[in-house]
Design a protein around this ligand. Sequence first.
Ligand code: 5GP
Ligand code: ZN
Length: 116
Amino acid sequence: MSGSNQECVFCRIASGQVKADRVLETEDVVAFRDLNPQAPTHILVIPRVHVASLNELEDPDLAGRVLMAARQVAGEEGLAEAGYRVVVNQGSDGGQTVFHLHVHVLGGRRMTWPPG
Ligand code: 5GP
Ligand code: ZN
């Protein structure tokens, strides 16, 4: 884990250098709408510090903060009762394309299982 990485788009969103439609900001976490939404609500929750993926995450408190922020934004989007999906794509087989840890919060439609 390290600080900010200038080559990382999510670090640049966290620092405000790249614009995003932000829905939540705390000391440790930022949440913003996905550029290419896969559901009526599709929000990404990231730690402010650069952590490349779940495999690199060392801080369990930060893990908890990211997950609790995901629950908070889902609640604020009105998804708590109907339900929603929280996803972390890890590495190549997991479908990860941006190597700064992020939790997807998807809702506003019925999700299918198994995922593709
Ligand atoms: P992954 O496939 O790594 O789990 O998810 C990366 C997500 O980040 C994708 O859903 C993609 O649409 C989103 N994304 C990539 N670049 C940007 C960006 O610059 N801004 C925003 N808001 N979302 C992005
Ligand atoms: Zn980063």
